[in-house]
Ligand binder design. Structure first.
Ligand code: C5P
Length: 298
């Protein structure tokens, strides 16, 4: 028996970051949209644990026990008080690695659902979500998909209504950015300034509910963007290239370095993607839509 799970990438249409907490994390108001770039996680019975990976960035993926997909399989087994059964996990990666699109989190959520199915454990959904939260702040959203507001460190999710399909282009950078390094740079840039409690923007939630790309473009906000630009100044050129090619707005996706561009319709997304590919400011550009479902058994 083989089980395959498809898991989406995400973009944060709002990422409001509070001051650092005592545990080193930051409280967030984090509005996630699942987007149509996917990884597939396949679980097959095996004599021992094995992890393999294919895809354009496969060389950058660690295939040791620190990989979040391996940790997910271990955590699921431990939750049920069983030794980790032999399993071969294969990651077919299409989500940029270390790109600010929750690719590692997607693999963890995919591995959890694939192993739960392969091992016939039937773990209740709330337990799966809590295992996800222990693995990483973005992992619960990778399981859930759609659109959601994440509070706490991003793991406490409230699903959101979205009244239409949004069209995006993702400009994929060469190389990744370290999420902890971007949060540290955000704190450093803020210095001693007072940082308000992060709040979800009412205008942004209304734009999502109405499915209005113009209103959403005006409300996009990412508190990590200045830090990502400080660590990778060339992203300013990418943002400029996408906007001058006709995007309604552009922003850094999560901790970057992928840049996300919202467009009016699918045809404009193709035009913007072509212009970005020719601009020399990114490795490639991928048009796609949101929202899209979370982790799904194929
Ligand atoms: O939860 P996750 O393992 O994805 O977080 C990676 C790193 O990102 C954390 O170790 C922390 O440095 C930073 N982070 C944060 N506040 C959050 C989420 C992540 O500071 N809410």
């Amino acid at each position: 028996m083989t089980v395959t799970v498809r898991v989406p990438a995400k973009v944060n249409v709002q990422l409001a970051v509070g001051p650092p907490r005592a545990d080193g994390f930051h409280d967030l108001a984090n509005v996630f949209l699942a987007v149509g770039l996917h990884d597939e996680v396949t679980a097959t019975p095996a004599d021992t644990f094995r992890l393999t990976c294919t895809g354009p960035d496969a060389d950058a993926v660690p295939l040791d026990p620190t990989n979040l997909a391996a940790r997910a399989a271990d955590a699921l087994a431990a939750h049920h008080g069983i030794a980790t059964p032999g399993v071969h996990l294969h990651l077919a990666k299409d989500i940029p690695v270390a790109g600010g699109m929750a690719g590692g989190s997607a693999d963890a959520a995919g591995a959890l659902l694939a192993c739960d199915t392969l091992w016939n454990l039937r773990t209740p959904h709330p337990d799966l979500l809590s295992l996800c939260a222990d693995l990483g702040s973005d992992v619960p959203f990778s399981l859930l998909g759609g659109a959601a507001l994440g509070r706490g460190r991003g793991e406490l999710l409230t699903p959101l209504d979205v009244g239409g399909t949004f069209h995006w282009v993702f400009a994929v950078a060469d190389g990744g950015l370290s999420t902890p390094a971007v949060y540290r740079e955000c704190d450093r840039l803020r210095g001693t300034a007072d940082v308000p409690e992060p709040q979800a923007s009412p205008a942004l939630l209304t734009a999502l509910r109405k499915g209005d790309p113009h209103a959403l473009a005006g409300a996009l906000a990412n508190d990590l963007q200045a830090a990502a630009l400080s660590l990778r100044p060339s992203l300013a050129d990418t943002l400029e290239a996408g906007k001058s090619a006709g995007a309604l707005a552009g922003l850094v996706s999560g901790s970057g370095p992928t840049c996300a561009f919202l467009t009016e319709d699918a045809a404009t997304a193709e035009t913007v993607a072509d212009a970005l590919r020719r601009s020399g400011t990114c490795r490639t550009a991928r048009p796609t839509t949101s929202p899209t479902p979370g982790a799904t058994l194929l």
